[in-house]
Design a protein. Structure first.
Length: 249
């Protein structure tokens, strides 16, 4: 768990605003500002249309990105509204360990004073809870750039208790991560699947020495292959049904 440097309001983020066309520029500069920035402006305008006053990107309350997950929303103070991967490319999954119970984790992530939360929480029995949409930026890594480019997954347990990391947890988390990697074309390797301890500037140690990275990557890859096989089988079945439904000539 970690707080995003600079807070959650991108209107206050000076260096962040320097890299993009701000809402103020769009409103005050109008067409002149867009023309002056050429192709970059056109690209940025396409990505930030929904940030203009009165424009909201369509969302459904309680919608989840991982089938079977339970939705329990984190406090809006613990994440930042975004439109990933259009405004920030997602190329990383950060593995966390809660250092507390499932109930206490939900409590702090729903507390606006905590200023941190992850996208997902995975329990020892394999149940998955989604608290923040993947398109939004969760304050979970303690590093703004890493928050913007990653999806954070908490695992309920303690870094010094290997029994926390059950088979059900590993497999559920692997299926979750495989789906994330498939959606954003993320390579399944240790450069793109990292622990919280590996985030620059962090003072956290999770997931700790008892987290089995070799096993985890293997399970993620296996889950990815199962996804591909399942989609191929479904496509084949649909094609066969369509062919059978055609009248003979």
């Amino acid at each position: 768990m970690g707080r995003e440097p600079g807070g959650g309001d991108e209107a206050k983020a000076g260096s962040d605003g320097d890299r993009r066309i701000s809402r103020r520029t769009l409103l005050i500069g109008g067409t002149a500002a867009a023309v002056g920035t050429g192709l970059l402006a056109r690209d940025q305008l396409g990505r930030t249309w929904w940030r203009l006053p009165g424009v909201e990107k369509p969302r459904k309350p309680g919608e989840v990105d991982f089938a079977g997950a339970e939705w329990i929303g984190a406090s809006p103070a613990n994440w930042r509204r975004a439109d990933r991967p259009d405004d920030y490319a997602i190329d990383m999954v950060v593995v966390h360990v809660t250092q507390g119970s499932y109930r206490s984790t939900l409590k702090v992530f729903r507390d606006p004073a905590h200023q941190a939360a992850t996208h997902y929480v995975v329990r020892g029995d394999g149940e998955v809870t989604q608290m923040i949409r993947e398109l939004d930026v969760a304050f979970h890594a303690g590093n703004r750039a890493y928050n913007e480019r990653s999806v954070g997954i908490e695992h309920v347990g303690w870094v010094d208790r290997p029994e926390s990391f059950t088979e059900e947890m590993y497999r559920a988390s692997a299926r979750l991560t495989a789906g994330i990697c498939a959606r954003y074309d993320i390579p399944v390797d240790r450069k793109h699947l990292i622990g919280h301890v590996e985030v620059p500037g962090t003072d956290h140690t999770d997931p700790g020495r008892f987290w089995d990275w070799g096993k985890y990557l293997r399970l993620v890859r296996e889950a990815g292959e199962e996804r591909k096989a399942g989609k191929a089988g479904k496509a084949g079945a649909e094609k066969g049904s369509e062919k059978a439904a055609r009248p003979e000539r």
